[in-house]
Each structure stands twice: as C-alpha cells, then as structure tokens.
Ligand binder design. Structure first.
Ligand code: WTA
Length: 633
C-alpha cells in the first residue's frame, strides 16, 4: 500500500491529521509494513530523559521489508544500478532477487566469523555494491553498522572504532576516485594498530592493489562467502534495537555517534522518500551522496529500497573523466529523480554550459538539493539548465540526527520557492524561537530552528553518552529538539534555512566542528593556540579559516602553513584541511579568556566595516594586527 500524497489539498489534510493525532497518523503509515509482532504503543515520549520510543515492543526486520515484501511483485526489477568510476568499465545491474541472495550470503559469512546481534561493524568502503550489501547484511542479522566515510584518516577511523568498540571492519583493497587509486586497506591497518576490539577484517577486492593480509585477522570477501548459502532467515528485532551509529561533528569535542533504531527509521525514510521525490514504480532514482553520510544511508539505501525503487549508485566523482560525467549518467540510465548537493551544483556551474551540450536530460522529472543552503544563483542554474525549467526542485532540509528529510517541498505537490526548504513534511512540527525560547508565531520571523514534537526517525541518543545527547539537543530549549540552525519564515509562510548558529562549519555539505579542527591543528608541535571559523566560499559554501599562534622561530610561515595543513589532513582527513591559515601574534579574547569568534569570522569574510565594540576585549590592539595580517596574507 502506498502512502503517497497526491495533491496540495491532500498534503494539507495529511499534515493536519499528523499534528492533531500523531500516533494515529504514524500507526496508519506503519501498518503498511511487515511486522512480526505489532507495537504496544506507537510513541512513548519522556521529555525529561529525554527518552523516545516508537512502536514499542514491535518486532520486525528492515531487510524483510526490502526483500521478502517485494519479491512477489518485483524480484526481477533492478534494485541497484551501479556505475563505476571509469566509464569504460562494465556497470552492474542487480535485481531485488540477486541483492537479496547476496545479502543473505554475506549475512551468513558474517555470522560464520562470529558476528552476533548487537555487535558493532565498521564499514569503510568505496561506493561499490558490496558496501550496500554490507549494510543490509548487518541489518539482517541485527548487527549495528557504523559506516565511516572512506576519506577519513586512520586516526579518525581509529577514534570511531574505539568509541563503538567495533568487532569487525569491512573494507576494500583500494578505492577508485577520479584519477586516484586510494590504498584504503593500509589506512585500516594503521588504524587497527591503535585499537583492540576488532577481531576480523573482511576485504573486498576492487582495485587489485597489493595489500598485506594479516593472518588470523584478515579474510577476503570472496573467500568469506564461498561456502555460504544464499538463504538466511532474518533476525527478529525489536523496533528500538539499534540499526546503526553514524558519527558526525558537533560544536564541541570529538565526533559523536548518532544512534538510529530500526522501526521508526524504516517507517520515516520510506515515507519521506516516496513523498518528497514522488517516486513512481518504473522510475530510476539517483542520489549522488556517499554512503559514508546520512544522505547515503537514508536516500541511496534504505528509503529507496524500502519503496521497491531502482537506486543508482555511482562510484566516481562529478568531474571525472570529464565535467559532463553526471549528465552522461543521467542520459545513460534515463534517470528520473536526481538528488545532489549545492557544492556539486556550484562546481559544475563553474564549468559553464559546454559540458551539458551533448546531453538531453529529458528523462528528469524531479531534481533535489541537500546538505547546505542553496544560494539563489545555484538554484536558478540547477532549475533552468538541469531541470530545463520544468522539474520541481526539492530543497530538502534535514540532518544526520533527524534520520530523514524534515522540511522540503513534495515534488510537484507543494509549491517551490528558490532557496527555501519551504514546508514541513507531515508529522514534523518545526518552530522558530527567539533566544529565550519563545515561539515566534506568524510570518516574517527569524530565529533558531527547533522541533517541538518527536518524529519516528529522530536520533535516540549519542552512543555511550546519553548526557551529551541531552545537553546538545534538549538543553538550549527544554523539551524541544534544537537543530543548531537558524531559520526564517517568510511572508508567505515558507521556511528558509539560514545556516548553523553554533560552532559547526558546513564545508561542501560536510559538517566540521571548529573545535575538532582546532584540536588537530594544535597537534602540530609549533602551534601554541588556534581558532577556526568558517568564511563564505564560492564552491564549497563555507571554507575553513584558521588563525594560529605559533612558535615560528627559524621557519618561514609558508613552511609552517603547509605543515599545519598536512597535520589536519593526517588527523582528520582531506575534507578538514583549512583553506586559509593566518599566523597571528594573538587572538582577540574577552576578559574571561573566551575567544571572540564573531570578530574572527568577520575578518575571514573580509567584512571589517562593523566589528562592534572591541574596547571590552582583554587585548583590543590585536584586532588591528589581525586585520593587517589578513590583508597581506
Ligand atoms: C545543513 C545532511 C540548508 C544544516 C542531510 C544542517 C541544510 C546540516 C540543508 C546537517 C538544506 C542540510 N538547506 N541547510 N536543504 N540540508 N543543511 O548532518 O545546517 O550532514 O544542520 O545532514 O546541514 O548536515 P548533516
């Protein structure tokens, strides 16, 4: 049964029902899934904990809802279309039945290696079908997957393995990314020197790179599945059993493990996928994200596969071997829904219109954007040149923590407005609040974005640290989920996301905590102190600007700057490398010793016209020196 909304009046009606009687609303949606046992209560919400449970005591397996539920009607339908990095290499088209068998076989292989329900499994893999199979096999046996983006460094990987006490790592011999062949197995080996919990590493052959296999620990994927059956009875899981942990950056400290559970996540990702993209059964859907991010989890794997959709998985990058690569793929597979990030749009826009010329793009029905605010210029370029002016453009606002799309147009159903995420999905109750937490009602208001009522795919905790969960999300405005974003409701009632209001920078749609980058910079032996801020960047949305106090005796600034960039690359990964580093004699501080980031942000943005009152600073003279330094840099 489909829960697809068909009209604007249908949306208004569903939205009202979802707010007036949320439990009744979600029970109705959930009933279209396959459960071994139904729930005792739809929602248990204790704001004090905070503790949230959806579909308490219900039993299910999410992969049965992907496979067994669909096999009668579309066993032969393509589940995954896989397009390799190199267009000259053969693609793969995997039907639902084949994907089911491969998932069962790998489930058996993991069990044979001692993985049990509840064990944590790290997936550090390229965008190949085995990565999807790995996630689904974990879900089938009840193991908790934690996918780590394969661009993270060995020390970032080690931190995550240690935090979740992973028992197994799934990886590949190497990754093809554009012209590069990245030796990821070596990264895993280096990470495992620092950890103690991993018993087995399963290595998928992809690049035929020469790798070192540690005897007794490492096993090839093809050997692990060789003797295994293609049948596997799914584990019956509790709706609130963990499905996965995904690490994401916050404004303080180390990345936190966002925890998602099985039942609510399943219901919401399927419901939101079908409605936002208005997927129809013969469509080909393509999301360009990496499975290392939440978008890859919810809208390459779970949402589409739960809907019986054909989901395209692309191994490569937008500009390899040529800047028309995305559009070539759209035409090749007649893609109907295309979902990407503003940073990719801006990078392709910068290539001009020539790369588009050979392609028709006439299969497209819906185009989407995610990960950061989309500026109006990029919105229009995307809408006019990719959507040819006649595809709805869904600007989808959501977060790792929300599990699924929260605020977005429903393609062709609710109105589009450039650069506006627009309206909440049914079941989602966003509000805008002032600094004191008062709800700003009506239109033409601007403030901080909160959500005042639970929704099924919300995070349940931060792994191993429930206190941090409460402090991060539920203490700024007690009883409400605080998103960390600022938002405006315009005169028509549409929501526009204004970006982060905390110390999180959104670089190319990837979240980086300023504290995390500072900690990495401070590892350099000559660094005394640092402060990191975001600044507007033409392609990336925001870039990373670091102010660093150094003991620079006997070395040039240029040498130091390069060394510091490499330190960050080594500790976190290339995505965290600062775009600009300014060596400074001091940092502007308040009398209580707090760094005045507001001033640093303005200098980095070259906006020094109104720095506000600096006389209360402990060291007001430093501001002038920093401004001069930024100009000669
Ligand atoms: C930002 C990605 C504006 C926002 C799914 C949020 C957006 C953070 C949009 C979450 C959008 C995401 N418009 N900003 N359509 N989508 N963001 O956890 O600041 O990687 O808080 O999840 O990205 O990033 P995350």
């Amino acid at each position: 049964m489909s829960n697809k909304i068909q009209s604007l009046s249908g949306y208004i009606h569903e939205y009202q029902k979802s707010v007036n009687q949320p439990e009744k609303f979600w029970a109705r949606i959930a009933e279209s899934f396959h459960w071994h046992k139904s729930w005792d209560s739809v929602l248990k919400w204790e704001p004090q904990g905070p503790h949230v449970k959806w579909f308490e005591n219900a039993k299910l397996n999410i992969t049965e809802n992907i496979f067994e539920r669909h096999l009668f009607t579309h066993g032969d339908k393509a589940a995954i279309i896989w397009e390799p990095n190199d267009p000259n290499e053969a693609n793969k088209i995997i039907s639902y039945r084949e994907l089911f068998e491969l998932t069962c076989q790998f489930s058996n292989a993991m069990k044979a290696q001692g993985i049990e329900k509840g064990d944590r499994v790290i997936i550090y893999m390229p965008m190949i079908p085995e990565a999807a199979i790995a996630m689904l096999a974990c879900a089938r046996i009840g193991a908790v997957h934690s996918v780590v983006f394969a661009g993270f460094s060995s020390s970032a990987l080690a931190d995550r393995i240690i935090d979740c006490e992973a028992k197994m790592v799934l990886t590949s011999d190497g990754n093809f990314r554009g012209a590069k062949n990245i030796p990821v197995k070596a990264v895993v080996d280096e990470a495992l020197e620092k950890t103690t919990t991993v018993e087995t590493v399963i290595v998928c052959k992809r690049t035929n790179a020469d790798v070192q296999m540690v005897s007794g620990r490492d096993i090839w994927w093809h050997d692990a599945i060789k003797e295994e059956s293609i049948e596997h009875a799914a584990e019956s899981l509790d709706a609130e059993d963990l499905l996965f942990i995904l690490y994401t950056s916050g404004s303080t400290g180390k990345p936190k493990g966002v925890v998602h559970t099985t039942g609510g996540y399943m219901v919401y990702t399927q419901y939101s996928f079908e409605n936002v993209f208005q997927y129809a059964q013969n469509d080909v859907y393509w999301c360009t994200a990496d499975i290392g991010w939440i978008t890859g989890h919810s809208y390459i794997i779970y949402g589409p596969l739960l809907s019986g959709a054909t989901t395209l998985m692309f191994e490569g990058v937008p500009t390899y071997p040529h800047p028309g690569r995305f559009w070539e793929i759209v035409d090749k597979y007649q893609v109907n829904q295309f979902y990407t990030a503003p940073t990719a749009i801006r990078a392709l826009q910068a290539e001009g219109l020539e790369p588009l010329a050979p392609y028709k793009l006439d299969s497209l029905k819906v185009i989407g954007s995610v990960g950061e605010p989309i500026n109006e210029e990029a919105w229009h370029w995307y809408h006019d040149h990719i959507g040819k002016g006649n595809c709805p453009l869904v600007d989808t606002w959501w977060q790792t923590e929300t599990g699924g799309i929260m605020i977005s147009a429903l393609a062709g159903i609710t109105p589009n407005k450039p650069a506006h995420a627009s309206l909440p999905l049914p079941g989602i109750q966003p509000i805008i609040v002032d600094a004191e937490g008062n709800e700003l009602k009506g239109n033409n208001v601007e403030g901080n974005l909160c959500v005042k009522f639970p929704w099924p795919s919300m995070l349940r905790t931060t792994y191993g640290d429930h206190k941090r969960f409460k402090e991060t999300y539920f203490s700024a405005y007690p009883g409400m989920y605080f998103t960390g974003d600022g938002a405006k409701r315009d005169h028509d009632g549409y929501i526009r996301i204004l970006g982060r209001v905390d110390d999180v920078i959104n670089v190319s749609g990837h979240r980086m905590g300023t504290a995390e980058v500072e900690n990495a910079i401070n590892e350099h032996p000559r660094v005394i102190e640092s402060a990191v801020v975001g600044f507007p960047h033409d392609i990336k949305g925001q870039g990373i600007y670091a102010y660093v106090i150094c003991d620079a005796e006997g070395v040039t600034n240029e040498t130091l700057i390069n060394e510091i960039k490499n330190t960050v690359r080594k500790i976190i990964g290339p995505i965290a490398k600062p775009d600009a580093i300014q060596i400074v004699p001091g940092l502007p501080k308040t009398r209580s010793g707090k760094i005045m980031r507001r001033i640093l942000r303005k200098v980095a943005s070259k906006d020094i016209s109104n720095l506000g009152d600096t006389s209360t600073l402990l060291n007001p003279e430093i501001v002038e020196q920093i401004i001069i330094g930024s100009q000669i840099k």
